[in-house]
Design a protein around this ligand. Structure first.
Ligand SMILES: NC(=O)c1ccc[n+]([C@@H]2O[C@H](COP(=O)([O-])OP(=O)(O)OC[C@H]3O[C@@H](n4cnc5c(N)ncnc54)[C@H](OP(=O)(O)O)[C@@H]3O)[C@@H](O)[C@H]2O)c1
Length: 408
């Protein structure tokens, strides 16, 4: 590690102790928190020995010097409340999975109305891919991705009531930043997790489960006797949609890309499974419904399926396009809706959990459905958080099924 690199070590300034002769095989540095340089110089010029003598309160890190056999000892000042550092994934530029960097980031203390949460499990969602690629715009670059996690509260902001250190909480949605060992969250965005729910299950179900809730219960209200079409029926959201819709008494038609996923879709409660990479799904839906079509299509695939989805609807049917895993769909002219008086909506979970009451009701229904066995969560893949790039690559290349969870 070069000296210039050392001087940027974890955003700390590193000052050699010029008045103290270092041992020949070791160099001693004092690493001070990110004070302005004149503050550091003043501190050292006042009494460098005092700074050095108090080194029992310092923690030392030994690093190899670039290209040299010797080592250098970095000494960090513990008594200066150094900024808290945690590991996180950072994105500096949009692109493929390789832009997900595993780094140290500084995390502050929670302010009024906030909590700090140490994540135990983090849900991976396709929306993380859109933000990474730039299909959806993040608030700024660089950013930490991730919109779903379960963790333990490690600090609460001043004056906050109703949340305490040690609480197990979950969140889904804004603010982005769950790909981190710890994060600060608005207290009104987290919900308590029932003790019966394992954190890995919780992190796999919050965003996907609440999405399923608004899609089936609010966007279009699925009832017994309806026939519905769910694309990507073995995926994270697709799995839950099929299980829940089946429990509501609907006839569920699911599409998937291969035989393994077809078997899972069947287990998820699909009455009919179409392998849409091999079969014409519009023709098959027509056949299954005797030409009547379906009440609603839940289409998260977008570009490759949306036109076909319109053709699968019965009179006054609903096309719910809630994602675009194959790419942004072509625009649908209003005139395309006219022949069957169709409804088309492009909903987002964020607009369905706006108030605290909506959030609690939605999360409550999801947890209740896990408890009652309506939802059988499939966490088919877990990855260390540091390997988020591999998880993204697998999700994008359709290798995953069910939920994917990252473990910090
Ligand atoms: N609007 C909202 O509020 C909201 C909330 C949550 C999720 N979503 C959306 O719901 C969808 C599912 O999310 P998820 O996290 O559960 O992911 P997922 O369904 O587990 O993964 C995406 C699936 O889409 C299918 N797919 C079809 N064409 C694809 C292509 N060209 N590239 C990649 N995948 C393709 C694949 O299933 P097959 O191999 O079976 O084709 C793939 O497994 C996403 O589109 C996401 O954006 C929307």
């Amino acid at each position: 590690m070069s000296l210039s690199r050392l001087t940027r070590f974890q955003n700390h300034r590193i000052l050699p102790l010029p008045l103290l002769r270092p041992p020949t095989s070791q160099y001693q540095f004092v690493v001070l928190p990110n004070l302005r340089s004149h503050q550091n110089s003043k501190l050292l010029s006042q009494n460098p020995k005092r700074v050095f003598r108090s080194s029992s309160s310092f923690s030392s890190v030994t690093v190899a010097a670039a290209g040299k056999p010797d080592t250098r000892t970095l000494t960090t000042e513990a008594s200066f409340s150094a900024p808290k550092m945690v590991k996180a994934i950072r994105v500096y530029e949009h692109g493929g999975p390789e832009v997900l960097k595993w780094e140290d980031i500084e995390i502050g203390e929670p302010k009024e109305g906030e909590v700090r949460v140490r994540n135990k499990a983090i849900g991976l969602n396709f929306i993380d891919v859109y933000f990474r690629k730039g299909a959806y715009k993040p608030p700024a670059l660089p950013f930490t991705p991730g919109m779903e996690a379960v963790g333990v509260v490690t600090a609460v902001g001043p004056g906050l009531t109703g949340r305490k250190v040690g609480d197990i909480v979950a969140y889904a949605g804004q603010p982005m930043g769950s790909y981190a060992e710890e994060q600060i969250l608005p207290a009104d965005k987290v919900v308590p997790v029932p003790p019966s729910i394992d954190p890995v299950i919780g992190a796999s179900i919050m965003l996907k489960g609440m999405t399923t809730h608004f899609l089936l219960r609010r966007c279009f209200k699925v009832e017994s006797g309806h026939t519905i079409l769910v694309h990507a029926a073995a995926g994270g959201v697709g799995t839950l949609l099929c299980q829940w819709a089946n429990a509501l008494g609907a006839t569920v038609i699911g599409t998937v890309s291969n035989k393994e996923k077809a078997a899972q879709a069947k287990e998820n409660g699909c009455h009919h499974v179409i392998i849409y990479t091999e079969e014409d799904f519009v023709a098959r839906v027509n056949e299954i419904t005797s030409g009547n079509g379906v009440e609603v299509v839940y289409d998260s695939v977008g570009k490759d399926t949306l036109q076909g989805s319109l053709s699968c609807l019965k009179l006054r049917g609903y096309l719910v396009n809630f994602g675009q895993s194959s790419g942004a769909p072509d625009p649908v002219p209003l005139s395309a809706l006219a022949p069957k008086s169709l409804f088309l909506t492009r909903p987002s979970l964020m607009q369905y959990v706006v108030t605290r009451d909506e959030l609690l009701e939605s999360a409550g229904e999801v947890f209740a459905n896990i408890a009652s066995g309506v939802l059988k969560v499939r966490v088919n893949h877990t990855y260390p958080l540091s390997e988020a790039a591999k998880a993204h690559a697998d999700l994008e290349s359709r290798k995953t099924s069910g939920s994917v969870v990252l473990i910090p």
